[in-house]
Design a protein around this ligand. Structure first.
Ligand SMILES: *Cc1c(COP(=O)(O)O)cnc(C)c1O
Length: 462
């Protein structure tokens, strides 16, 4: 299996190179040169598999010669051994509503499903090449802890995560700073999340620094993250259909960077009988407006109760664009250029009709998010996190749709308190965090201060 850039400017690369590259060198995103087609017999067989066995079957078709079957099996086993539920991504029930719980990993958010695997992949490929990797990222909460949990203690990897000092929820801050492994470096930036993100961007666009210090990212544009997320769509379908290829399932997906729902779209393209993909956004509704009106246009970012979805430019959207435009990299490049110039992409009627056939979409306000959390709890006793509540609300017209639960409610207790007046019981990974020792360094919100801090730290560890 080879991978190409959505913008056409990269010679085909293998799976390992695609994973290590992250963002394609021409600024595009990497996509497989063709998608495997999963026929009815395979679907039937796969419906009997446990999560890890199924993950091996799905991923096998994408890794080419870069991993042997036993290497892949070992990586998958180790990645999901850290999950607290034997089914990894179990289906739960809230009254009539099916909930696909994706939050049983070490940081209680769905990002663990992909980042536990990505950390092990990085370690494996680095051991093979003898290289080192220094991961740098900025976080307002969820991604930082999942990224740290994915690479803590791994040889050949150092991770630097910047968070805005005092502006991350206490639980989310402790999820990062209580990790004491020597390769984990938490930096509390005296500034806002936007400052932290701007600094990271500045470091990545400094080519000398980037090459000399082998900077890497773990953001949601990495192909391996998408791949890992396709697995639970197959898994949920298998549990609900019993392997009957005529049985179709719909999914509602709380969406920010378009990674999770894109994985569902990919599963559908591979032949999984998906009836409907419900793309759920909060007030940051660029993707909902795209599906409704065929216009992708930027506005400002609003802060909401579902902060992991407070995004305007959805970094995986370009992958969908590639398929919408019939895998024509030239056409993708033209649209991306238009986006950079005008802050908007207009789609033809035919394109819009296709998008509207691929997704239904809904934007949910904070008030309706709280209302949904309250209603589901009153009627069924099931507590939704605010992100999951956005999905459930957007799927109101489709009671049969499976709603993806992207975080444990105990990570968002302020919203839970406001909605239902109690705290969600914390899973083991969130208990006692406030009493554990922490490790974190404070830095000024300046590119040079952070760059120097990273250089000094790396001089000590290498
Ligand atoms: C990241 C995240 C999302 C959004 O997922 P995307 O793949 O970015 O669309 C939704 N909910 C939670 C809790 C998240 O952490």
């Amino acid at each position: 299996m080879k991978y190409l850039s959505t913008r056409g400017g990269v010679e085909p690369v293998g799976f390992a190179e695609a994973v290590m590259m992250g963002l394609a060198t021409d600024g595009g995103l990497l996509v497989p040169e063709s998608l495997p087609r999963i026929g009815p017999e395979s679907l039937q067989e796969w419906s009997k598999l446990g999560f890890a066995e199924l993950a091996c079957e799905v991923m096998q078709r994408f890794v080419g010669d870069d991993l042997s079957a036993s290497e892949l099996q070992d990586l998958v086993q180790r990645s999901y051994a850290s999950f607290q539920h034997p089914e990894i991504t179990p289906l739960a029930q809230a009254g009539e509503r099916r909930i696909l719980e994706l939050f049983h990993g070490p940081t209680a958010a769905f990002k663990d499903v992909a980042l536990q695997f990505l950390g092990n992949l990085f370690e494996h490929f680095l051991a093979r090449s003898g290289e080192q990797l220094n991961i740098i990222g900025a976080t307002s909460g969820d991604t930082g802890s999942a990224a740290i949990a994915g690479v803590r203690g791994k040889e050949r990897i150092q991770i630097f995560i910047l968070h805005p000092k005092g502006r991350v929820s206490p639980i989310q801050e402790r999820q990062m700073t209580t990790v004491l492994d020597a390769n984990v470096h938490n930096l509390a930036v005296r500034g806002t999340f936007d400052d932290a993100q701007r600094i990271v961007k500045a470091l990545f666009s400094d080519p000398d620094f980037k090459t000399r210090y082998r900077l890497g990212a773990v953001n949601s544009i990495n192909w391996a993250r998408i791949l890992a997320q396709t697995v639970y769509y197959f898994y949920a379908w298998g549990r609900l259909s019993g392997g009957n290829p005529d049985h179709r399932v719909s999914f509602a997906v709380p969406t920010g960077n378009f990674g999770d729902v894109f994985a569902g779209y990919l599963a559908k393209r591979m032949g999984l009988p998906i009836e409907r993909l419900i793309l759920a956004t909060n007030r940051n509704d660029i993707l909902t407006r795209f599906v409704h009106h065929g216009l992708y246009s930027l506005t400002e970012v609003h802060h909401t109760l579902s902060p992991a979805m407070d995004i305007q430019v959805a970094s995986n959207f370009e992958r969908y664009l590639y398929y919408l435009l019939d895998e024509d990299a030239g056409a993708v490049s033209a649209r991306v250029t238009a986006m950079q110039h005008d802050g908007r992409i207009e789609f033809s009627q035919t394109e819009h009709r296709r998008a509207a056939a691929d997704f239904v979409a809904g934007a949910v306000s904070d008030a309706d998010t709280l209302d949904q959390m309250r209603a589901t709890y009153r009627e069924t006793g099931y507590l939704l996190c605010p992100h999951t509540a956005v999905g459930v609300r957007a799927a109101a017209a489709w009671p049969e749709a499976v709603c993806l639960a992207t975080a444990h409610p105990a990570k968002f207790n302020e919203a839970v308190q406001e909605a239902v007046g109690l705290d969600a019981p914390a899973p083991a990974c969130l208990q006692g965090l406030l009493h554990l020792p922490t490790c974190c360094e404070e830095v000024a919100a300046e590119d040079d201060a952070v760059r120097q801090h990273i250089i000094n730290t790396l001089a000590k560890v290498h």
